[in-house]
Design a protein around this ligand. Structure first.
Ligand code: ACO
Length: 427
């Protein structure tokens, strides 16, 4: 389509027509094209945002070429080893690790707000009992905006903080209820004696008629899953939350939009798709056929859990999760044939020219499904768990956006439709 080419003038000294370069703390610099249209009457074209920094952010840094992921500067591997999800949520929201007092206050705030208004439970009953948990979560989180609308003044930092806390605090009960409803089990309440992850596990797996003791190994593994999925800079769902928020929309509605975006198989839905794919492969002998299908350009099939828009070396989260999966399987004494298929598939694909050339490596979703399955999660809850974790990132980005005078996000377009024409007189 390109018929003319333009070389943008990039200089250190501002001259007419030049575009300033913005340097970040880490990562590539960005050409500031905000005045491009006003000065030169031309738009930048970048569908899929492959070369576009949509905002400035100081929350998360990803270096896809070197497999680096930092939350507020801290490497994901160190956080997964030494921290816990609540502390990580605090870090993402506030920029610094909490002091013991700050952490206690934050934990108490989460406990104070972890119940759902009883009327919210009636929303669950409006869904078909076989509704996908993500469909339920989109609906119920969106519905929460009706409960907390007039009470949020977006100009007031205390109101914004409370909205963020409410979202992180209530998401476990919402996610658990979206499952228990589907199996016809009454929803358990949070138990404030338990930590965040144990609490979710008891609401998810506990029954109303008996004591439920959460296995600490599983609680820790689940906490690591939450840490690994808590944020990932400007991915599709986070960008969706930010874009919805740029109009001043209610934060619960913004996060509902983020959940909708996360659901797709190219994003958070991939862990569900990975497990389906591994089950369909069935045995190690079938792997070459599947690899051939993934390479066949006449087929739309892709190797699920492989490839990433940003990671072109390895996804640091996939190593941590693979370790967790092996540990949990050993702890539970499970010999899952799907783990063997996954490991063999990784081994074959990462040596295959097609995948090497295109820098396609296992992403976080490749092993997370195996781990979640071993912990007893049904496949359709995998993405719901991702949404639970990512809420910490979404609210952090929402808070960051609210603290800036960003204005509404309004991309432009390259119009390729019909020219102006008249409505036919004889129609
Ligand atoms: N299997 C086979 N081929 C692939 C795969 C895959 N999983 N991923 C990319 N490719 C190929 C494409 O066909 C394309 O080949 P071509 O250059 O010959 O046309 C090339 O690699 C580049 O692919 P793009 O679609 O341009 O890569 P993009 O960065 O847009 O996509 C994505 C990234 C969506 C993650 C893609 O790799 C994919 O669909 N993976 C499978 C789904 C998945 O695992 N998603 C989870 C992402 S991680 C997360 O959300 C937490």
């Amino acid at each position: 389509m390109a018929s003319k080419f333009v070389t943008p003038t990039l200089t250190d000294q501002p001259t007419d027509g030049s575009l300033p370069i913005l340097e970040g703390t880490l990562g590539p610099a960005a050409v500031d094209i905000q005045t491009l249209f006003a000065r030169q009457g031309i738009l930048a074209y970048d569908p899929g945002f492959r070369s576009t920094a949509s905002c400035k952010s100081s929350i998360t840094f990803v270096d896809g070429d070197n497999g680096v992921l930092l939350y507020r500067g801290y490497p994901i591997e160190e956080l997964a080893q030494h921290s816990n999800f609540v502390e990580v949520a605090y870090l993402l929201m506030n920029g610094e690790l909490p002091t013991p007092n700050q952490l206690r206050t934050f934990q108490n705030e989460l406990l104070d707000f972890n119940l759902l208004h009883d009327q919210v439970m009636s929303f669950f009953r409006g869904f078909r009992r076989d509704a996908h948990p993500m469909a339920v979560m989109v609906g119920v989180v969106g519905a929460l905006s009706a409960f907390y609308h007039d009470v949020i003044d977006l100009q007031n930092p205390a109101d914004r903080h409370r909205a963020a806390i409410r979202l992180i605090a209530k998401m476990p009960m919402i996610a658990a209820a979206s499952y228990t409803y589907s199996v016809g089990r009454p929803q358990r309440y949070p138990n404030n004696e338990l930590d965040y992850s144990s609490n979710f596990l008891q609401m998810m797996f506990g029954r109303p008629n008996r004591e439920h003791k959460v296995d600490p190994v599983l609680a820790r593994a689940f906490d690591v899953i939450l840490i690994l999925h808590a944020d990932h800079e400007q991915n599709a769902s986070t960008s969706t939350v930010r874009m919805a928020a740029s109009s001043g929309a209610n934060p619960f509605a913004c996060v509902a939009a983020g959940i909708a975006s996360l659901w797709g198989p190219a994003h958070g839905g991939a862990n569900e798709a990975v497990l389906k794919m591994l089950s369909e492969i069935g045995t190690v002998e079938n792997i070459p056929k599947v690899i051939a299908r993934a390479k066949d350009k006449s087929s739309s099939f892709r190797l699920m859990g492989f490839g990433h828009r940003v990671y072109k070396n390895f996804d640091p989260r996939s190593r941590v999760i693979q370790q967790q999966a092996s540990q949990v399987l050993t702890h539970l004494g499970i010999d899952d044939p799907l783990l063997e298929i996954a490991m063999r598939l990784e081994e074959i694909a990462t040596k295959d020219e097609y995948f090497v050339e295109r820098k396609l490596y296992p992403n976080v979703d490749f092993y997370s499904g195996i781990l979640l399955r071993a912990m007893g999660f049904p496949v359709n809850m995998f993405t719901a768990v991702f949404a639970l974790a990512r809420t910490a990132g979404w609210v952090s980005h929402w808070l960051e956006l609210q603290s800036e005078n960003h204005g509404i996000d309004r991309p432009r377009q390259l119009y390729v439709g019909s020219g102006k024409r008249s409505y036919p007189a004889n129609k």
